[in-house]
Design a protein around this ligand. Structure first.
Ligand code: GCW
Length: 674
């Protein structure tokens, strides 16, 4: 069935005319005789892809002299004549794909690099690129490219919209669901090299021997695909499963417990990646429970892992209901003073924006503000605040917006990407995390278009400077079809989808207006929750006079956490980009926008425009029937109808509520909410 299980790795047969040029390029694979499992996977993938697309499986030989035309070269094995590849420059995971006399070389210093190269070579064919005259060098931007699963041990998934967790803990370690390997293959195909298995709201059980054995079994499946296993560590585990009466990070017994735990893990999983930790955030235990700080906590775990080469990813997503300070300022306030205090094997993992994976946020001001600390980017792939799995929102465009934002940390051009890849501040250890969206749904992600978000995350984590539009195009070609008449409108629709969701949910820099708890659908009227910072009212601050959160010097002064000249730019209503206007400013309803409209009218227009954009997306898609199988086509139609209905719901409910506050009439010709 065309149910989406094959993701972007479908390899359907080409038309004969198209296949001709590719057939010549991949007739005979030459690979060293003594193959590792990983090299074998590279060969198998090429066989599978070429057989599928070209209707002719290549032959495979280990003797370079007997005329191959696709050479796989790993480590210090000899390169074919004239390849001229600077192997040292490729590093441990990079690869080169080079056309040489009589064929193509895929070369890397490691077997995993060759596997990545094989996927890339196949992608060229999948997207109908040339495979002659190739001179490709690919080196990943960061070391750790990881999916964070928010999967609980009972197989529920926090903020997961694609079925149960793919980890079937009950049957592990003895039964290995074939899906694990399919997942590992999909991860490797986009260069992801890590998964943390369980929720950051962690269960200490995950660190007990029974569960470590299960994790070890998964590690065995993932290893040949270059994917390391990480685990979330509950800070109070020494008490819950260790019998200690404290989890104080400076207590010698606690430190010894974590050391022993790390040793135990590495006995079972010699290449274990390390720990991911959410501490002193949303009720999770942490070092502050004992009057210690985040560095004390992270360093204790780092010391336990260091002898084995493991790392700690310590999350900076912290805020407290007991802190009267603007929520957007709290993480920076706690972490920036600790710059330089973390061990070398600690990455501080920072969400892309200072609140929480909203449809639009400015970049997190910690990026650039901690020059002595490795800062890891955390994106969300699952769409907690963006319509779950039914709304079509292409996040590649969002990720690119964040990565290309200028922090001005060292003057103009100090992009977030340059902070994250370590180049600007000379940082060694680097990483990007994505909160995953893969579950046990047949199509993995809950919707076909959400596969694109997983795909784009991987490609952008590999290359922080990649163009999200190019990625969308590759994805659409690989996943659906290669006809330009199909690809062009689909890519345009994906690129527009990101702005559409902002318009119908939270236009003009508004944020966090989703209904309480589940975060699906509008709830801007909610003002009375016990935790003030969970109330949508806290964020929009609408009253008779106006709307928006004053984060300038006259308000919370969050703008001061940004480097000059950004602090001034955001601090001045005239220079603040309109798409972040109400994030930084509280303005009267009559404030005049660049369009000449009042703020009130503009807000109504934006909401209305958001619905129109989704309507267009649906019409575009409905014009493309016949280019792909009916099964996927139909589901996408159904989902777009849901999205259109719900965009309308968002618009009507939001306008009705804000009108009840502003008391203004709708602009001429605009339909009133029902
Ligand atoms: O986005 C919020 C979610 C929580 C999540 C938290 C976090 C895992 O609503 O469900 O908890 O962020 O990132 O820790």
């Amino acid at each position: 069935a065309e149910d989406g299980y094959d993701l972007w790795l479908r390899y359907p047969a080409m038309e004969r005319g198209e296949a001709r040029q590719y057939k010549a390029a991949a007739k005979r694979i030459v690979v060293p005789a003594a193959q590792s499992e990983t090299l074998e996977l590279a060969v198998r993938e090429l066989e599978r892809g070429l057989a599928g697309m070209l209707d002719a499986a290549p032959s495979v030989a280990s003797d370079a002299k007997r005329g191959g035309n696709l050479w796989l070269v790993s480590g210090d094995a000899a390169l074919p004549q004239g390849a001229g590849i600077d192997m040292a420059a490729l590093g441990p995971e990079g690869y080169a794909i080079r056309s040489v006399d009589g064929g193509t070389v895929i070369a890397a210093n490691s077997d995993i690099g060759v596997l990545y190269g094989a996927f890339h070579f196949l992608r060229l064919m999948q997207t109908r690129e040339n495979v002659t005259g190739l001179d490709i060098t690919e080196i990943p931007s960061v070391d750790v490219r990881i999916i964070n699963h928010w999967d609980n041990l009972d197989r529920t998934v926090e903020r997961g919209y694609s079925g149960a967790s793919i980890w079937d803990w009950h049957k592990l370690p003895d039964y290995l669901d074939p899906r694990y390997e399919d997942y590992a293959r999909a991860l490797a195909s986009i260069g992801i090299n890590g998964v943390s298995l369980t929720n950051v709201n962690a269960d200490a059980m995950a660190l007990t021997p029974a569960y470590l054995e299960k994790a070890a079994a998964l590690a065995g499946v993932f290893r040949p695909y270059g994917v390391k296993i990480y685990q979330t560590a509950r800070f109070s585990a020494p008490m819950e499963i260790g019998g200690l009466d404290t989890a104080d990070p400076l207590d010698p017994e606690v430190r010894a417990w974590w050391k022993a735990k790390a040793d135990e893990i590495y006995e079972l999983i010699p290449d274990f990646g390390g720990f991911l930790v959410k501490a002193n955030s949303e009720g999770q235990p942490g070092p502050q429970d004992y009057g210690r700080n985040h560095a004390d906590g992270a360093n204790m775990l780092a010391d336990a892992l260091a002898p084995h080469g493991g790392i700690v990813m310590w999350r900076a997503f912290v805020y407290s209901e007991h802190n009267p300070e603007d929520r957007a300022k709290q993480a920076y306030a706690q972490f920036v003073p600790l710059d330089g205090k973390f061990r070398d094997n600690v990455l501080v993992q920072v969400k892309n924006g200072p609140i929480d994976f909203q449809p639009r946020e400015p970049f997190h001001p910690m990026f650039g503000a901690m020059p002595k600390t490795p800062l890891m980017m955390e994106f969300q792939i699952t769409k907690e605040y963006l319509g779950f799995a039914t709304h079509l929102v292409y996040l590649g465009a969002y990720y690119e917006e964040v990565l290309s934002a200028d922090t001005y940390a060292q003057g103009e051009g100090s992009t977030v990407a340059k902070i994250v890849d370590g180049s600007l501040q000379d940082i060694e250890l680097t990483g990007v995390a994505g909160v995953g969206n893969a579950g046990s749904d047949r199509n993995w992600s809950g919707s076909h278009f959400d596969q694109a978000n997983w795909y784009a995350f991987g490609r952008l984590a590999w290359d922080l400077d990649a163009d999200s539009k190019d990625i969308a195009e590759d994805w659409a070609r690989m996943t659906f079809a290669n006809d330009d008449a199909f690809v062009r409108p689909v890519v345009a629709m994906m690129m527009e989808s990101r702005e559409a969701v902002v318009d119908y949910m939270t236009p003009l820099g508004l944020t966090h207006l989703m209904a309480t708890g589940h975060h699906y659908g509008p709830g801007p009227w909610v003002c009375d929750l016990a935790r003030p910072e969970w109330n949508p009212c806290y964020y929009h601050k609408a009253d008779e006079e106006g709307i928006g959160f004053d984060r300038t010097a006259s308000g919370s002064n969050a703008v001061a956490q940004y480097e000059a000249p950004l602090a001034e730019i955001y601090g001045d209503v005239e220079t603040t980009p309109e798409n972040l206007l109400l994030w930084f400013h509280h303005l009267p309803w009559d404030y005049e926008m660049k369009s000449g409209r009042t703020l009130w009218d503009e807000l109504v227009m934006r909401y209305t425009e958001g619905v129109a954009e989704v309507h267009e997306m649906r019409e575009t898609w409905e014009g493309l029937e016949g280019y792909i199988d009916q099964e996927r086509y139909d589901q996408i139609v159904a989902f777009l109808k849901i999205q259109e209905k719900e965009a309308q719901w968002w618009r009507d409910a939001s306008i009705a509520y804000f009108q009840s506050v502003s008391g203004r009439p709708l602009p001429d010709g605009v339909a009133p909410p029902p």
